[in-house]
Design a protein around this ligand. Structure first.
Ligand code: ATP
Length: 274
């Protein structure tokens, strides 16, 4: 049934239903987002508005997907950037780009008649790493501007802006970023367990012709330690092997070959990085 559901969802934007596994993270996110989509309730209780959510966890586990699904859930415009886009710029340019980013988000929300905007900053550690020794002056200005923008967000502003950020090195982040009123909600996105892997395989197998001998449960078992991104690769590489052989369907053998290839790829990446 999972397969059928995801097919009908494919035409719509990225939603939580397109993310395999990660049930705990998804639930925590939805709970947090309900603060954003129910501003009246939070002001009734005098709850401080949610400004920042930090997604932490290893690469390829779906953090970017989660941010996009969050925007979809909150009926918000989505603007994604990477922390690395702010480096190697002349002094002052990074801070200017941060200002532009928030301005852009507001303008797009107004233009698209949305009450909410989600700004997603991947690799936040690049601009928000611990400030030590006074070297990284340019990053400082960029980070300061981000903090200033976040401090200037209020619940009764329209459009409301939620800043989401992702990192796989939470311990590297400057504590100024983690203070209350900034990124004070942390959601851990883990490597998928077997059930999660099966779910991710189902989602990505949806548009692929699999042979009857393919047992996705078995493949979920054999891919212990694989991220969502790696599982997506397994199915994609498997499809490529099938196409090369001019087979009609993707078989277990194609997928086994693909698993090996993804494992090898990881290994050679690691070797070249050392
Ligand atoms: P990084 O830290 O490297 O930026 P990430 O955690 O943001 O990674 P995504 O960019 O969201 O990971 O995922 C990369 C791709 O892997 C997705 O486009 C999708 O194809 C696949 N993927 C990863 N996790 C999942 C998941 N839970 N469900 C379905 N697909 C997934």
């Amino acid at each position: 049934s999972g397969r059928k559901d995801s097919r009908s969802l494919k035409v719509t934007a990225m939603s939580f239903d397109n993310i395999g596994g990660q049930e705990r993270a998804k639930n925590e996110l939805v709970e947090a987002l309900d603060f954003l989509v129910r501003p009246d309730a939070i002001s009734k209780f005098g709850i401080r508005p949610l400004k920042g959510i930090l997604l932490t966890g290893p690469p390829g586990t779906g953090k970017t997907l989660m941010a996009k699904a969050s925007a979809h859930y909150a009926d918000a415009v989505f603007i994604g950037v990477s922390g690395s886009e702010f480096v190697e710029m002349f002094v002052g340019v990074g801070a200017g780009r941060v200002r532009e980013l928030f301005k852009d988000a507001r303008q797009r929300a107004v233009k698209e008649k949305k009450e909410n905007a989600v700004i997603f900053i991947d690799e936040i550690d690049v601009i928000g790493g611990k400030r030590e020794g006074g070297q990284q002056r340019e990053y400082d200005q960029t980070l300061n501007q981000l903090l200033t923008e976040m401090d200037g967000l209020y619940a009764d502003q329209t459009p409301r802006i939620l800043v989401m950020a992702a990192t796989n090195r939470k311990e590297m982040l400057d504590s100024a970023l983690l203070r209350p009123g900034r990124f004070d909600r942390h959601i851990q996105v883990d490597m998928p367990d077997k059930k999660g892997r099966r779910h991710i395989l189902d989602l990505h197998a949806d548009n692929k012709p699999l042979a009857d001998d393919v047992n996705l449960d078995r493949i979920a078992e054999e891919t212990f330690g694989f991220s969502g991104a790696q599982l997506e690769s397994v199915l994609n590489e498997g499809a490529i092997y099938a196409m090369r052989e001019q087979a009609d369907l993707i078989s277990t053998a194609h997928l086994s070959q693909a698993i090996d290839k993804v494992l090898m790829g990881e290994k050679s990446d690691r070797e070249t990085n050392q």
